[in-house]
Design a protein around this ligand. Sequence first.
Ligand SMILES: C[S@@+](CC[C@H](N)C(=O)[O-])C[C@H]1O[C@@H](n2cnc3c(N)ncnc32)[C@H](O)[C@@H]1O
Length: 152
Amino acid sequence: MANERQFRVKTKFIATRGVKEYRASISEWVREWDNVLEIGCEWGTTTRLIADRCKHVLGTDVSPVVIERARQKNPELDFDVLDAFNVKAAMDFGQDFSKVYIDMSGISGYRSLLDVISLLNMYATVLQPDAIVIKSGALKQFASNCVAWGQS
Ligand SMILES: C[S@@+](CC[C@H](N)C(=O)[O-])C[C@H]1O[C@@H](n2cnc3c(N)ncnc32)[C@H](O)[C@@H]1O
């Protein structure tokens, strides 16, 4: 059956609300073998927390100014400029990312659900990480109202 053979995303999506939950997820979701892509790293505060628990993390942000500051504050870590909506540029890093962390201004609020879902699907389809953790109150609220029929 064609439907059964269709490509299906296997990535888990973890919706967190606020930076406290976002960072608390690290101990549960990041493992020592992981290569993590972090999107919206700002000055690298969360990047450092992720780096403590995994093989490698690449912190990225759309702003070259914050990336410069992140490099100055954390010279031992890797940072690069990336606009999250340019997934081709994320592919061009040429890395196999097992986890993705996303905390972007503009999509963390309650009116951004469709943008969040399309961003998650894009990264899940192209990079195929095991999991994407995102700071999004809208997604957390939506997910808490979802029930997958037939699964206990
Ligand atoms: C709330 S801050 C991130 C804080 C950081 N995750 C932490 O834990 O310290 C949001 C960041 O999203 C970045 N951002 C906004 N739009 C973006 C985009 N299209 N692609 C990548 N980063 C973006 C901003 O430049 C900003 O640094």
